[in-house]
Write a protein that binds this ligand. Structure first.
Ligand code: ADP
Ligand code: MG
Length: 693
């Protein structure tokens, strides 16, 4: 149960004055639905209203707060003309300009002959000084109330700064004063304010410097978030360790059949990883192991061996993928691999509904199903397992601590293997995994020549299309990736559809399309056609990013490659070069590349080593260009910046360990306060892992 002191923060933002349903929906897009989400939406700029010149001295382009005498109102003669209000002071004259004005409102707000203060941007047309739609109009007394420096927030279409600013001010008006959960020595050493003061300070910059991640307020908030993350991870680990694992040792009979059916021999790295996994399974602590290996390094078959151990002792195993497409693909792969052993895997995703879903649930509950693949639908509350022993979480970076918590609660003593292709720099691994055991597949399966990567300017798209034509004539299969445009999935889709139309005009039905907005069945059909050669060119948004396996695909075109992060480009490129033929990746970029974008693309051309790319990614991000954490495979933090606050990570990890070693169930005074912290960051499930949660 969430502590009472948090209730006010977890009310929907519509409880705030001036926030209706429509505004709430818009705020929901950028911040979230609860009051607390507004607090986490920190300003990224300021408007300085301290500049208060006389009219004659006002600088064009500046934000100014001007005290003026209101003169005549010039009403427009038609709807296209603006409404103007003439004003002056003892140095000159200016006009206030309003389009689609409400005359009644303006008559009241700006009565002729009175003195008013207006604040907004100064514009100059020749000698004429204007202010269009002032941000604020008031009497001298009212304007005193105006904050002299206003924070500026990230917005979305339809949401004005004024409306959002008011909502945030309302949210800040009654933030609770929490009992301190941080160590007093740490607070003192760092000079950090109490939580409520930190929140207010973060939202109340007086100077640009107050927005820096290095301010005590921002560092405190970041640390709170990192500490909650480390505590939650440590609690999962502890609760898993507390529930003794049941030693699991298969007889190897099913594995043998599957291995005998493989068209290749396992690499040394794969065999080593399997040995490490077997040691975990055989011990009486639960496995919590990360299997890290570059795209194409062959993680699937290693994971399958772990799953088969469960089956060999009569238990069940699941493989959870981050997307529907990947789950289907895993189903196809596993169905093939398992055929020699006579095992039929089942699938459970959000798409299975009604009777088919009930049938799957029945088989999972009575144990008839031994192996299931799916999405997080596998771990919904109403899914029960007869004897779940091994869970593999594929491409983990799409799952957060939350999902991990849900999973930990499922089986009695489920052994967990997490696979990731994201070569996370060691320094940052902590945030995603805490102190997990790690196996690495360092060696790629033999006989795979590296992918040739070419940078090409978007001006030469015709040449790209011609080259694709030659490749297709020569049996190649081609991915054509259209970029993700953050703001809107619809524009994404439109760009991909337009490119698809264009390529169809050249290649006819040989070109197919897949994007995130398509219905599941249509997506499958497009992927299947590409896999079996029904189409040669697959235009796609980044839905193909992770895990999709079509060994015949040897060419990839990435449009606007400069818009992708390094980690994401690496993931994408890993879709080709999976067979023995030479593969080529064409990174098509815009004409005016920034230095950072150029460096990223050059890195892609120079190396295909995921770890080198990850380190380079971090350096380049250090150079100031912020790539979304989503692209780098790290968990998304609201307040912590993994680069800027990197130094706080080890501290948070040690802090969490020390806290739990002294007070494992968070029942002492500080422990109880830390429970509030966990709830504050919505890690409720972590608290449920406590003995007296
Ligand atoms: P990832 O690590 O990206 O998940 P996959 O498990 O999908 O990689 O494997 C990529 C491809 O390599 C698959 O087609 C798989 O059958 C093949 N593969 C896996 N192990 C080997 C091996 N030892 N030798 C040759 N090919 C292999
Ligand atoms: Mg994979």
């Amino acid at each position: 149960m969430r502590p009472e002191i948090l209730f006010s923060l977890f009310r929907p933002i519509t409880v705030l004055k001036g926030v209706g349903k429509r505004t709430a929906d818009l705020i929901g897009k950028i911040a979230g639905e609860n009051v607390v989400d507004l607090l986490w939406h920190l300003p990224d700029g300021i408007i300085d209203r301290r500049y208060a010149p006389k009219i004659a001295a006002a600088q064009a382009g500046a934000i100014a707060t001007m005290t003026v005498r209101v003169g005549r109102h010039l009403k427009p003669h038609n709807r296209r003309q603006p409404y103007k209000v003439l004003c002056d002071d003892d140095t000159g004259a200016m006009s206030l300009v309003f389009f689609h004005a409400h005359a009644d409102y303006l008559a009241k707000a700006l009565p002729e002959g009175e003195v008013r203060v207006v604040s907004g941007k100064i514009e100059k047309f020749g000698d004429e000084i204007q202010m269009t739609h002032p941000d604020h109009i008031g009497t001298a007394a009212e304007i005193e109330m105006l904050r002299k420096v206003e924070p500026v927030y990230g917005l979305t279409a339809g949401l004005s700064l004024k409306v959002l600013g008011k909502a945030i001010t309302a949210a800040l008006a009654d933030v609770p004063a929490f009992p301190e959960w941080l160590d007093p020595t740490l607070l003192k050493r760092e000079g950090w304010p109490a939580w409520d003061n930190a929140v207010r300070a973060a939202h109340g910059p007086a100077e640009l410097a107050d927005l820096e991640p290095t301010t005590p307020a921002r560092r405190r908030l970041a640390y709170d978030e990192l500490l909650s993350n480390q505590l939650a991870l440590a609690l999962i680990r502890r609760s898993m360790r507390r529930l003794k694992g049941v030693p699991l040792a298969g007889d190897g009979k099913i594995r043998q059949k599957v291995v005998a059916g493989l068209p290749f021999t396992l690499t040394g790295a794969q065999q080593a990883a399997i040995r490490e996994i077997d040691a975990d399974l055989g011990s009486d602590t639960r496995m919590l192991r990360l299997l890290q290996g570059d795209v194409g390094s062959g993680k699937t078959v290693v994971a399958l061996m772990a799953m088969l151990s469960a089956v060999e002792v009569g238990g069940q195993a699941v493989l959870m993928a981050p997307t529907e497409i990947l789950a289907r693909q895993h189903l196809a792969t596993l169905t093939n691999l398992l055929a020699p052993a006579g095992i039929q895997p089942l699938i459970l995703t959000g798409r299975e509904r009604g009777k088919p879903r009930d049938a799957v649930l029945g088989k999972l509950a009575d144990g008839a199903a031994r192996i299931a693949v799916g999405t997080h639908a596998l771990f919904q509350d109403d899914v029960a397992y007869a004897d779940l022993r091994v869970a593999v979480i594929d491409e983990q970076h799409r799952f957060g601590v939350h999902q991990r918590l849900a999973l930990a609660g499922k089986g009695r003593a489920v052994d967990v293997l997490v696979t990731t292709a994201t070569p996370i720099p060691r320094t940052l691994m902590l945030t995603a995994y805490g102190d997990m055991d790690v196996s690495r597949l360092t060696e790629k399966p033999a006989g795979r020549p590296p992918v040739k990567t070419v940078l090409i300017s978007g001006d030469r798209l015709d040449e790209v299309v011609a080259a694709i034509g030659r490749a297709v004539a020569d049996v190649a299969r081609v991915y054509w990736i259209c970029p993700l445009i953050e703001e809107s999935e619809t524009t994404d889709m439109a760009a991909a559809e337009a490119r698809h139309d264009h390529l169809r005009s050249v290649f006819g039905d040989r070109a197919g399309l897949v994007h995130g907005r398509m219905k599941g069945a249509d997506k499958d059909a497009a992927m299947a056609a590409f896999k079996d050669g029904g189409i040669d060119i697959l235009v796609a948004t980044t839905v193909v990013e992770v895990g999709v396996d079509v060994p015949e695909a040897t060419v990839m075109v990435v449009e606007h490659a400069e818009r992708f992060g390094l980690a994401q480009l690496h993931q994408l490129r890993g879709r080709i070069g999976r067979g023995s033929g030479q593969s080529t990746c064409l990174l098509v970029h815009g004409r005016n590349l920034g230095d950072n974008a150029r460096a990223r693309l050059r890195t892609m051309r120079e190396t295909d080593d995921g770890f080198v790319i990850a380190e380079r990614d971090l350096e380049l991000r250090g150079a100031g260009e912020l790539l979304g954490t989503r692209q780098s495979g790290l968990p998304e933090f609201r307040l912590a910046d993994l680069l800027e606050h990197r130094d706080l990570l080890p501290t948070a990890r040690d802090d969490a360990e020390l806290i739990l070693s002294r007070d494992p169930d968070l029942t002492a005074e500080r422990g109880r306060n830390l429970r509030i912290l966990l709830y504050l960051f919505e890690l409720d499930a972590a608290v449920r892992n406590l003995r007296s949660g």
